[in-house]
Design a protein around this ligand. Structure first.
Ligand code: TRP
Length: 333
């Protein structure tokens, strides 16, 4: 049977953190055995709001690749590619731009929120406004069946499928394929400060590449139940990020239940619980960190992974583009 195609990706604007690990990296490692998986490093999309910081994007291509390899994404099984190295994506974007109205883009809830957050106002770059169209080009170029996303990316999938239907209808073809969003079943990991989202700009992230000392310091500084003042006091487990992380990473579920009961009853201090979390995170991160250091010493190998991944990916995008050009009567010669 033919394997289904998955397309996932990240903007290379920072190193990957525990939130990425829980939300997507773990799934990708599992999926690579059963699916035809493409992982896109979306540098062109990152540039839509970092165009003045090309060095940042460039540096993070390396960091993100190291993160992928160190968590166990296997370049023999998954295809890792760099968006800017696939010119077909930008040609497709140009054609799709005719099929989308300005009003429709302005209504895209994700873009709307981001524009407000970034305070673009009158200086909104057109490239930023139209990035959903470029993302539609990414997804359709690979004829992806499945696109694993967080809630915030659902409007991108909707907009992509609208473009697909419109294209196929106008050019009377079946070239483009609608895709299906795969929503993560795990709750998004909170930041160390209890903020609902872990993120670089929020300064509340634990990175896969953090040193043992950094992890210790960050866990020791984590928010807990603010009403749990003395060791004797009963504590709350719900909404307590330290327990949320234990829930996500501690494999000893029976031990964890006992710990939670003890904390609820009172008599268990935060430091004790945090020490357990540090141990649990070290068990997870130390092999990842070791592999990262090994790969970091092989820049030629990293380059080869990206070149080979991009070469394989291009065979797919070139084929799609040939079909698109034919449907649009652009196949003159
Ligand atoms: N928008 C995604 C993000 O911000 C990155 C991305 C770009 C992507 N193109 C994609 C994800 C195509 C999935 C499929 O993380």
């Amino acid at each position: 049977m033919n394997k289904k195609t998955i397309l996932t990706g990240d903007r290379p604007t920072g190193r990957l953190h525990l939130g990425h690990f829980v939300g997507s990296l773990k799934k990708r490692v599992e999926a690579q055995n059963d699916f035809n998986q493409f992982i896109m490093i979306a540098d062109v999309q990152a540039l839509t709001d970092n165009f003045a910081n090309p060095q940042k994007v460039r540096d993070n291509i390396n960091e993100v690749t190291l993160d992928y390899l160190s968590v166990g994404i296997d370049p023999q099984k998954s295809t890792i590619l760099v968006q800017s190295m696939l010119p077909e994506l930008f040609e497709l974007t140009t054609y799709y731009l005719n099929l989308v109205t300005l009003a429709r883009l302005q209504r895209n809830p994700t873009v709307k929120t981001e524009i407000a957050q970034k305070g673009f106002d009158k200086s909104l770059p057109v490239g930023f406004l139209v990035y959903p169209v470029s993302q539609a080009a990414d997804i359709t170029a690979f004829k992806a069946d499945l696109v694993p996303v967080g809630e915030d990316q659902l409007p991108m999938i909707e907009q992509t499928n609208e473009i697909v239907r419109r294209f196929n209808h106008i050019y009377q073809t079946e070239t483009l394929k609608e895709c299906e969003a795969v929503l993560s079943d795990v709750r998004r990991l909170s930041g160390t400060d209890g903020n609902a989202k872990m993120g670089k700009s929020l300064n509340n992230a634990i990175y896969l590449s953090d040193s043992e000392e950094e992890v210790k310091r960050k866990v020791m500084g984590m928010m807990t139940d603010p009403a749990h003042l003395r060791v004797e006091d009963p504590g709350k487990v719900e909404g307590n990020p330290v327990f949320e992380y234990l829930e996500a990473f501690d494999n000893d579920k029976t031990g964890l239940e006992e710990l939670k009961n003890h904390y609820r009853k009172g008599g268990l201090g935060d430091v004790e619980v945090k020490k357990r979390l540090i141990k649990v995170l070290e068990d997870l991160l130390s092999p990842i960190r070791e592999r990262r250091q090994e790969f970091a010493q092989k820049p030629d190998f990293l380059r080869e992974v990206l070149l080979e991944g991009t070469r394989k990916a291009r065979l797919v995008t070139q084929k799609t583009l040939d079909e698109v050009r034919e449907a649009m009567k652009l196949n003159y010669f």
